[in-house]
Design a binder for this molecule. Structure first.
Ligand SMILES: Cc1cc2nc3c(=O)[nH]c(=O)nc-3n(C[C@H](O)[C@H](O)[C@H](O)COP(=O)(O)OP(=O)(O)OC[C@H]3O[C@@H](n4cnc5c(N)ncnc54)[C@H](O)[C@@H]3O)c2cc1C
Length: 538
């Protein structure tokens, strides 16, 4: 930790101080500010980072962005391709096919394409609308300490922007969150170590803006050619991306020179005449995670907590999930609903979920990053045979469970993202989240869930602002109608009559009858570390 040597001036109080104004820090700031918390956001650079990185996110992120009125289906800055995701060998034969085409059970398409700097500007504009978010842009965190009551962060003007003798300030907050990227100052200050899988590959990323519309078929694919493993994907509307593995012996510096980029792009028909090279950069792909994600009043989120190679397009997605997971917990603590101990489950739930995607991304990398002819031939033969054996059926996108935490382990579907269908409710027909709302949602299929639980449980859930929803079949005159039978099907699959959803859309529990429902609600409420005022018996 660095001690400030310049004068320390004003102190600022915030509920939560967030270090880092990337997508994760911005989203967390919004989620806290929406519930009237005072947030201070500290970002090293005055201007948005502007360098393309993430280009794709999944259905869960679309669901989260929809709560900010960013509609991935109808937004000019977001695109989708009604196509599968192909992995081909150098002869153009499929060795793997992934289902990036269907609509996911959670109500949004499996994959969307976008430009990360655009999204960051978008989130930044939302942040600017909140008078309860104070922003220090062009400032960097340089020292962090905490007591049982608060956390103190010293910030200093970024010397690269303001000269070496920049001013410094000391900020106190009830919490400090490091969403400060891979080299996280907050993580290091907290003495949190990384678990590193020792995985390193350098890839050249070329972001292209074709001057006329460029139709590629397939739109999204991997070329598993040992001579030059390559990823060819959309980059959001008006953009395309090529990613090339830097081969053993090649110099990353040489590779990222524009002339090298144009050489590599020539076989794809791209030239300076018909396309703009927006960015050419070599990134080192890594696989690692922080061993714990919170300590006392401080936590880490996003790349500060985990890094994965981008083959599954899940790095930022994991960070967005962190922001949501941390957001509802911090809001709850600050609103006097939960004790601090609820933060334990932030680490236990999120770390396992993120590790799943780190391992998965690394597995994908181990398929594509093969530069050895013999090994590539063996891979191709094995994968072609496997694909043929399952009649070219695409691999479905996986269902991933949270690590242990605030969900009932014996409930079917619990710890997983909830299914979402279209409902008729409140005078509109839309996805459930938009038509009914989000938060703690207690659902009964064809039956009032509030009548299946005790008065004490009902009051505790009401103190969490829970919504009690009865979903009825089409043709009935209920308040919430299951337009396409999605809920009837889902509840039947998990043999449930009742379900409790969490504010992050994950399933806390399901139950086939009222007695089991009551028992499981007690279990989940217990995991929440409710404060005495919320837990008070009726
Ligand atoms: C080539 C590439 C392709 C990718 N593709 C995808 C993809 O398709 N899909 C996907 O989901 N993910 C993808 N990712 C991952 C994604 O880009 C990151 O996971 C995401 O940017 C992480 O966001 P973050 O907010 O956690 O961190 P960052 O975006 O790194 O933001 C951290 C912020 O903290 C600031 N900061 C750092 N230290 C301090 C300090 N001491 N004081 C103040 N501010 C500080 C930095 O200036 C920065 O603005 C890709 C990554 C790369 C490199």
């Amino acid at each position: 930790m660095v001690n400030p040597t310049t004068s320390q001036t004003t102190s600022f109080d915030a509920d939560v101080i967030i270090v880092g104004g990337g997508p994760v820090g911005l989203l967390l700031a919004i989620l806290l500010a929406k519930r009237n918390k005072h947030v201070t956001l500290v970002e090293r650079w005055s201007e948005a980072y502007g360098r393309p990185r993430a280009v794709t996110y999944d259905h869960e992120i679309a669901r989260i962005l929809a709560t900010l009125d960013i509609d991935s289906e109808n937004d000019p800055a977001i695109s989708y391709h009604d196509e599968l995701y192909y992995w081909k060998n150098r002869d153009g034969e499929n060795i793997q096919i992934v289902d990036w085409q269907s609509t996911s059970a959670s109500g949004w398409r499996v994959r969307y394409w976008f430009n990360q700097p655009d999204l960051e500007v978008r989130l930044g504009n939302i942040v600017n609308t909140f008078s309860n978010i104070t922003q220090y842009r062009g400032w960097q965190a340089v020292a962090l300490s905490q007591t049982l009551e608060n956390a103190t962060l010293t910030i200093k003007r970024n010397p690269e922007e303001a000269g070496l003798n920049g001013e410094s300030r000391v900020l106190t907050g009830k919490f400090v969150v490091g969403a400060d990227g891979a080299n996280s100052f907050v993580r290091e200050s907290l003495g949190i170590e990384n678990e590193d899988k020792g995985y390193f590959f350098d890839w050249l990323i070329l972001d292209m803006i074709p001057k006329t519309e460029l139709h590629m078929s397939p739109a999204q694919w991997q070329l598993c050619d040992p001579k030059r493993p390559t990823t060819i994907v959309p980059g959001g509307p008006g953009r395309r991306r090529w990613e090339y593995m830097v081969l053993p012996g090649e110099s990353p510096e040489e590779m990222q020179k524009p002339e090298r980029a144009w050489e590599l792009l020539k076989p794809w028909g791209l030239t300076p005449e018909n396309a703009e090279l927006e960015r050419s950069a070599v990134y080192r792909f890594q696989a690692r995670w922080a061993k714990v994600w919170h300590k006392g009043r401080c936590a880490v989120a996003g790349d500060a907590a985990h890094l994965m190679p981008p083959f599954a397009g899940e790095g930022m997605c994991a960070g967005v999930r962190d922001a949501v997971a941390l957001g509802w917990r911090l809001n709850g603590i600050l609103e006097g609903r939960f004790d601090m101990d609820i933060l334990e489950s932030y680490t236990t739930e999120r770390i396992e979920h993120a590790k799943h995607y780190i391992n998965f991304s690394q597995e994908l990398g181990s398929i594509i990053c093969i530069a050895d002819e013999q090994k590539a031939a063996e891979r191709d033969a094995r994968m072609k045979a496997e694909l043929a054996a399952r009649n070219n059926t695409p691999v479905p996108t996986d269902i991933c469970q949270l690590g242990h935490g605030i969900w009932h382990p014996e409930s079917a579907g619990a710890g997983e993202l909830s299914v979402q269908g279209v409902v008729k409710a409140n005078g509109k027909q839309d996805r459930f989240d938009q038509a009914v709302g989000q938060g703690w949602v207690v659902i009964g299929l064809g039956t009032d869930p509030a009548r299946a639980i005790s008065q004490a449980q009902r009051e505790q859930l009401e103190r969490l602002d829970a919504l009690f929803v009865t979903i009825d079949a089409p043709g009935s005159n209920g308040a919430v109608i299951d337009v396409n039978g999605t809920y009837a099907k889902w509840f039947s699959t998990i043999n449930a009559k009742y379900v409790l959803l969490r504010p992050d859309f994950y399933v806390a529990l399901s139950a086939p009858d009222a007695a089991t429902f009551q028992e499981r609600i007690d279990f989940v409420l217990n995991q929440l570390h409710l404060t005495a005022s919320v837990a008070a018996a009726a």
